[in-house]
Design a protein around this ligand. Structure first.
Ligand code: SF4
Ligand code: MG
Length: 307
């Protein structure tokens, strides 16, 4: 759970007393090593806040985050090393540093290589692992495209010998064709290095082919969560179905689609009852007064009175 107090803004706008914005609430999930857990929702649903909590950039007001020890290929045992890949590859790389220094910084900081020569060799290896060339170490970020910059960000994360990457919309700033290349790279690296991903996206089609487990998030809560093939195949929550409807289907180009109506309500004053009811096409009277709870349905968890 993560609460943000929004005193100044709300007082200014409404002259009302201090109120609490509950950005993430009653969210519970487990990510198994070597798998991808994706969290999907529209902007403002709390998914970035959740990602930032997992990497320790924000503290939850309540609840706990536990990392179980893992045994690595080199025999060491300990909690996973967690790194974050940010959304904007233009803002996350220092423009004044050569790419080689950007990737070498965590290696030097964590003293992972004994000397300058081995650090340089490791940087070259990392550049090759992400599909760039060793000589790119000498260049500055401005010389690279968005997709190449995201490869550099991944190399920098791997430089720490990370086991667990939290990826907050890592491809949403990229062109569609470049997106696919970066996603394919991430899938390959996961297989080769046994990486674990927490993958945040607003786009269900982006996560479709790389997720083992999936959670659909709405106004700070999970509304549906389960194995990816279940969530894609059955889509038991009306919101999941609407998100799926926005994905073009090449096999059924003339299929009728239901557009998503309305805006995401303010998390400062969420609607009563089911917070999705103002946008839900099948809402009943009960939905306006009684909030549904996340309950198990055939191996999934769904929060909807009608599921
Ligand atoms: Fe729609 Fe009601 Fe289900 Fe909420 S509880 S998703 S409003 S049917
Ligand atoms: Mg975000």
């Amino acid at each position: 759970r993560f609460d943000v107090s929004a005193p100044a803004l709300t007082r200014l706008l409404s002259r009302e007393p201090r109120r609490i914005l509950r950005a993430v609430d009653e969210v519970s999930f487990t990510v198994k090593r070597g798998t991808t857990f994706s969290i999907v929702g529209e902007s403002g649903c709390g998914k970035s806040t959740l990602a930032r909590m997992v990497v320790g950039l924000q503290k939850p007001t309540e609840g706990a985050l536990r990392f179980l020890d893992i045994r690595r290929a080199d025999g060491t045992v300990g909690p996973p090393r967690v790194q974050m890949i940010f959304q904007d590859p233009y803002a996350s790389l220092n423009p004044r540093w050569r790419v080689g220094d950007i990737i070498a910084e965590p290696i030097r900081e964590l003293k992972l290589c004994p000397d300058a020569a081995s650090t340089q060799a490791r940087v070259g290896d990392l550049l090759e692992i992400v599909g760039l060339s060793r000589s790119d170490a000498q260049r500055y970020p401005h010389a690279f495209s968005g997709g190449q910059r995201q490869r550099i960000s991944i190399a920098r994360a791997l430089a720490t010998e990370a086991d667990f990457l939290v990826c907050d919309e890592p491809t949403s700033a990229l062109d569609v064709s470049v997106q696919a290349q970066v996603l394919n790279l991430m899938v390959r690296l996961q297989k080769e290095l046994g990486l674990t991903y927490l993958f945040i996206s607003h786009n269900l089609s982006v996560v479709r082919h790389m997720s083992d487990h999936l959670a659909i998030m709405y106004l700070g809560r999970f509304v549906e969560t389960g194995a990816a093939e279940e969530v894609f195949g059955r889509a038991r929550h009306p919101y999941t179905r609407l998100l799926l409807d926005t994905i073009p289907d090449v096999e059924k180009p003339n299929r009728s689609r239901q557009p998503m109506s309305g805006e995401v309500p303010s998390p400062i004053a969420p609607p009563p009852g089911c917070s999705f009811h103002p946008r839900c096409p099948i809402a009943i009277e009960r939905c306006r007064v009684e909030p549904p709870v996340l309950r198990p349905i055939e191996g999934e968890f769904v929060s909807c009175h009608l599921a």
